[in-house]
Design a protein around this ligand. Structure first.
Ligand code: ARG
Length: 638
């Protein structure tokens, strides 16, 4: 918790008038750039006659440092009678002296402001050091509201494919950022653990099941059994489909062979038959136990392993009753359907809600699960992180909730989608489980590390480090582009230390850590980071900030100050690439600073070393915060 009086005392010490000028949707206590914006807007307010909130919003980011740190977009002010260019000249002439920024000079229809290099380190460094891991967070946004984030959601006894991998990576990020912004988050894994394929799995189990393999490698064994039985089932399925396509009755085909066995077993499950349920539950429980361990490797923990099977039967009944009551449910050749085209949603077509054999569908279970969760959690928002292949599907789910007369509930539902991963199996070989993917990337990384024996010898636990970096490589590759883009799974590129890759990002963090370790082992200030206090001015008392007014330090500090703006943007667009792009920018700036801003062996003497160590320490904090937000575990050595 941050304390306002201490915060104000710190600003006052920097020569800023108190109280902080107030504007809507700004949060100076969480965002240093908002401090700049607030004081600049307050100064401008006295010079022009225009809406003060419009004024605040017209202070914007620039894409190049040469265009200013913050710029006033003059045409946006819509001041009549004065041309933007003239307004710029006028404002620049009258702008009062502020310790925060250099005196502004107009640039066409912009009035750019540049941070004063003297104040910048004095403002930004204590700001970060005071907040540490919470720098970049803003709990006032979520206000303790409750969000459910549903992600990963693999299907038991089926392959964990790239779509599940992406859902896992992106979903973990979405959950983290909501938490960072003050939401109470419930992480749900909605397993595919129900449906006719379980009937088929049970039939396969009778034929191919091994108790021993189920205990030692449950996920793999169940998958193997399913793959075998499914191969046998394929011809029957094809025959039935062909018959149906040609307009024939399929009853006969489906009443024999594996078809009949599958349906019969699933029917027993739906009828709550004790033995059938017991077998299914054993598969489910043993799978979950294994999932928990594998997700832990990624630092992910779910609050609930839900699943299609967990939907309450009464809720399903209630959903169908409501659908009938609202006149949107109708029988069609033995199935129950919703014809969305009849209800103002042409593009959604028609969907089967209850199948011909009387079984529930994926859609029906999903709709019922929403009601169950609304009751159990009374969430304010529910986010589904699922591939864009299910775009239409989720539109149907949400529309159904709306048509049931629950528009407020429907408005709380959000589908966060993403594109495909191409060529994963052709690059990685046969990967079927999440652990396969992680193992392959980890061991490829391990091999790469071994190719540099000197360095390799220095790493304390190389296998664990390789595992972490391998995982980072997969995640960074996944989060590099916009979610909706497809990308090519490229193991060589993603493991490279060159370019904007996971290993490079980890290397940057490890390098900063190493610089700070060396500094601490050599310096008379072994405790660089002061104990956490609520008094800003007690922090960094020994640092002489005048060593941090040069262009390299200024550029770094400027970037570090942007971090809360970046997390704020990512919170809105839920694009991990927003964070990642920023982290690489910071990393590149750091790389080009080390030769100029030396810590060990600084020509300017020990006071300069200390100041720079403080700068790098804060940079490491920001880099680490960003990585952890993305779900990446920063390494200290590699
Ligand atoms: N198990 C599904 C699949 O593998 C994903 C589940 C997505 N979530 C949902 N509520 N439908 O395609």
């Amino acid at each position: 918790t941050l304390c306002l009086p201490a915060f104000e005392a710190y600003l006052k010490e920097l020569g800023l008038p108190i109280p902080i000028p107030a504007f809507p949707s700004t949060s100076p206590i969480h965002n240093p750039v908002d401090i700049y914006r607030s004081y600049i807007a307050a100064a401008l307010e006295k010079l022009i006659d225009c809406d003060r909130n419009l004024l605040y919003d017209s202070l914007q980011w620039t894409s190049k440092p040469s265009q200013g740190d913050i710029t006033l977009v003059l045409p946006r002010l819509r001041v009549k009678a004065v041309k933007p260019e003239e307004l710029g000249v006028k404002l620049a002439a009258k702008f009062p002296a502020l310790p925060l920024v250099n005196p502004p000079a107009p640039m066409g229809s912009y009035l750019p402001f540049f941070y004063a290099p003297k104040l910048l380190p004095r403002l930004v460094l204590p700001f970060i050091q005071e907040r540490k891991a919470s720098y970049g967070q803003n709990p006032t946004l979520g206000h303790k509201k409750k969000a459910i984030v549903e992600f990963s959601s693999p299907n038991i006894a089926k392959e964990f494919h790239a779509g599940h991998l992406r859902s896992t990576i992106i979903g973990a990020f979405v959950a983290n950022i909501y938490e960072n912004m003050g939401w109470e988050v419930v992480r749900i894994n909605y397993l595919g653990d129900w449906g006719k394929q379980f009937g088929l799995l049970a039939v396969g189990w009778e034929k191919y099941g091994s108790e021993e393999l189920l205990q030692t490698q449950p996920l793999k064994h169940l998958l193997d059994v399913y793959v075998k039985i499914n191969a046998e089932f394929k011809p029957e399925e094809a025959a039935s489909k062909k018959a149906r396509d040609e307009g024939f009755d399929t009853t006969e085909i489906e009443s024999q062979g594996l078809f009949a066995k599958r349906n019969a077993f699933f029917k027993r499950m739906e009828d709550d038959d004790e033995a059938a349920i017991a077998l299914w539950k054993r598969f489910r429980d043993i799978s979950i136990k294994r999932y928990i361990d594998i997700y832990a490797r990624l630092g992910i923990r779910f609050d609930e392993y839900a699943g299609e099977s967990q939907v309450q039967p009464q809720t399903i009944t209630a959903v169908e009753a409501l659908l009938k009551q609202k006149g949107i449910y109708r029988e069609d050749k033995g199935s129950w359907i919703i014809d969305f085209t009849q209800h103002g949603a042409k593009h959604l077509g028609t969907a089967i809600v209850r199948g011909r054999t009387g079984s529930t569908t994926y859609l029906l279970r999903d709709v019922a699960a929403i009601l169950d969760r609304a009751k159990q959690y009374s969430f304010d928002e529910m986010i589904y992180v699922v591939s864009s292949e299910q775009d239409l599907y989720f539109q149907r789910v949400f529309k159904t909730v709306e048509l049931m007369g629950l528009p407020d509930l429907a408005a709380k539902l959000k589908h966060i989608n993403f594109g495909k991963v191409l060529g994963m199996s052709s690059r990685l070989g046969k990967v079927q489980l999440l652990s396969d993917i992680l193992d392959k990337c980890g061991s490829a990384m391990h091999d790469l590390m071994k190719s540099n024996p000197d360095k390799y010898a220095q790493v304390e636990n190389p296998a664990a480090v390789a595992d972490t970096i391998g995982i980072t490589a997969v995640m960074v590759q996944d989060m590099s582009g916009k979610r909706i883009n497809n990308y090519l799974f490229d193991i060589n590129r993603m493991l490279s230390f060159e370019g904007d890759t996971g290993p490079y990002l980890q290397y940057c963090h490890a390098r900063l850590s190493s610089i700070l370790r060396k500094f601490q082992s050599q310096s008379q200030y072994p405790n660089l980071t002061p104990p956490h206090t609520h008094t800003h001015h007690a922090t960094y008392i020994e640092i002489d900030h005048s060593y941090l007014e040069d262009p390299h330090s200024t550029a770094l500090l400027r970037t570090m100050a942007q971090y809360p703006d970046v997390t704020g943007t990512a919170y809105k667009n839920l694009e991990p690439s927003t964070i990642l792009t920023y982290l690489f920018r910071l990393a590149h700036q750091l790389s080009s600073s080390y030769d100029v801003l030396k810590v060990v062996g600084a020509e300017e003497g020990p006071a300069a070393s200390l100041a720079r160590a403080g700068l790098y320490d804060a940079a490491r904090q920001v880099l680490g915060n960003g990585m952890r937000l993305l779900g990446i575990k920063p390494v200290e050595r590699m």
